[in-house]
Design a protein around this ligand. Structure first.
Ligand code: 4AD
Ligand code: MG
Length: 477
């Protein structure tokens, strides 16, 4: 008999139909009621056992976490709490889960404990809901771009360039540590390495994506990105997934419009398609809020927050306007910021970004025209000579979710900038070629996928929205 998924059974009309399901036991009560989940949906199906006709050794093996196969009849439920249930005719234990060893018991586990059991945490309601939403959001990303004429480009993971110029890269090498070839001046001789040069894991697919935008017009990447920044925060990962659209002939305003429209689309998509999971996570948050002081509680429910962002315009202001707001705000005057806002040109920290979004504007904010000195080399210089056409999208509870810009399309300006920053033009000869041959205004941005999943699920630690997080001192699993 073909296996039915629990999702379809729960949606189906009762007709005393023979059914066959497989899944993992959530709970087993009174030697009679099995709550079974197969991952197809958040909800469990109740399987009612005729225990008098089930042998003792089988009954003992029906424990939380065990895999079982159940053949029976789908009937209207006799009890409360579910519409349908399965009257079990035959049960088979597929894989036992010793209750003395299985860590995921039917009780509340801390998120920290579950992180240490990342290979099993997905069997909890919270993590199955998060990961189903992560999957739905990935689909929404592709759907949005594919429906809007973008081509998906697979940019390389191993690169020789540092797109962001921040030097936060992991090396890729096939040289053996105990016999490193050296040059005459004692440095590692990378000409003897696999690629004949020093290479790294990519920090961004942007530079390669730009070359594709200058031929295919509209492109996007969606792939893993690596940063060896030693920031042990709830918003940084060493390995994360980034979405990077790049569009020929788009200026900064078009770029902002695209970012806003794209984010709203993905959130509306989960609102429409992940109702059950959102509802579960929303209740989880409400419970969590009850343990917090009033001031730290969320003003809106998760659904309200998603709807709010999906339906309201993002506020757009320049760095300089934001700087003035921040310099004159109460927390700055009362020296509440860890990094006080004094001189124009400082990089904004997460505390500043969150003040603007959560306290001042109370909505997502797009900051643009940042000081050139705090942004990457490829951003287009404004006529004032000191700001660049950069934009960051800032989100409540998250801070920066998107970073992007209009690109410097003028060869001479770009070359001067690279010289000033000591970036080797020889390394980027191919990038410079796009400015030599048919250069044009173009723009793009990068959205940190996990930060979007954080927002959509209402979770607060980025380690909880990626299956196996990579962070400083942690690459388990
Ligand atoms: O602002 P970033 O560094 O921009 C770029 O890499 C550009 N090349 C993008 C582009 O224009 N094509 O990173 C973009 C986004 C950030 O806004 C943030 O959401 C996310 O990537 N991000 C991280 N997410 C998780 N962990 C980290 N360590 C992250 N670093 C950046
Ligand atoms: Mg950034």
């Amino acid at each position: 008999m073909k296996r039915n998924t629990i999702a379809t059974l729960l949606k189906s009309n009762v007709s005393s139909a023979p059914v066959y399901v497989k899944g993992w036991v959530k709970t087993f009560r009174a030697n009679r009621f099995i709550s079974l989940n197969d991952g197809s949906t958040l909800a469990n199906i109740q399987c009612v056992l005729d225990f008098e006709n089930t042998d003792e050794s089988t009954l003992k093996k029906i424990t939380t976490g065990a895999a079982i196969a159940v053949q029976g009849i789908l009937i209207e439920s006799q009890g409360q709490g579910q519409k349908v249930e399965i009257q079990v005719e035959n049960i088979k234990i597929l894989g036992e889960a010793n209750p003395n060893e299985y860590p995921i018991q039917p009780k509340k586990h801390s998120l920290e404990f579950l992180r240490e059991n990342a290979h099993l945490r997905i069997r909890t309601n919270t993590f199955s809901a998060i990961m189903r939403m992560r999957s739905a959001l990935s689909f929404a990303v592709h759907k949005y771009f594919q429906e809007n004429g973008f081509n998906y480009v697979h940019t390389p993971i191993i690169t020789g360039t540092d797109a962001e110029g921040a030097g936060e890269m992991f090396s890729v090498s096939s040289l053996k540590n105990d016999s490193l070839p050296k040059t005459e001046d004692g440095k590692v001789d990378y000409t003897k390495d696999f690629f004949g040069k020093e290479t790294h894991l990519t920090v961004s697919g942007q530079l390669e994506a730009e070359t594709y935008a200058m031929a295919l017009g509209k492109v996007y990447t969606f792939g893993p990105t690596f940063r060896a920044e030693n920031s042990n925060t709830s918003r940084h990962l060493a390995e994360f997934w980034m979405i990077e659209p790049e569009v020929a002939f788009n200026d900064l305003i078009d770029n902002m419009d695209l970012a806003e429209d794209f984010i709203k689309y993905t959130l509306q998509y989960v609102l429409d398609n992940c109702k059950e999971d959102i509802e579960f996570l929303e209740n989880r948050l409400l419970q969590e809020d009850k343990t917090k002081p009033l001031a730290d509680r969320n003003e809106m429910t998760l659904t309200e927050r998603l709807q709010f962002v999906a339906n309201n315009e993002f506020k757009r202001i320049s760095y300089t306007e934001a700087f003035d707001i921040l310099r004159n705000c109460k927390p700055n005057k009362k020296k509440k910021f860890k990094y006080p806002i004094v001189d124009w040109g400082v990089d904004l920290q997460s505390e500043h970004e969150r003040y603007l979004v959560e306290k001042h504007f109370k909505c997502p904010v797009i900051l643009f025209d940042y000081p050139a000195t705090i942004k990457a080399f490829y951003m287009r210089l404004n006529d004032d000579g000191k700001t660049v056409r950069a934009m960051d999208v800032l989100f409540p509870g998250i801070g920066e979710i998107v970073g992007g810009s209009q690109r410097e399309e003028r060869l001479d300006v770009l070359q001067n900038k690279m010289k000033a920053l000591d970036i080797d033009p020889q390394e980027l000869w191919w990038y410079l070629d796009t400015r030599k041959f048919g250069t044009a205004v173009h723009s793009g941005f990068g959205l940190g996928f996990e930060r979007l999943v954080l927002f959509a699920t209402g979770m607060s630690n980025i380690r909880d929205v990626i299956p196996f997080p990579r962070t400083p001192m942690n690459a388990a699993f």
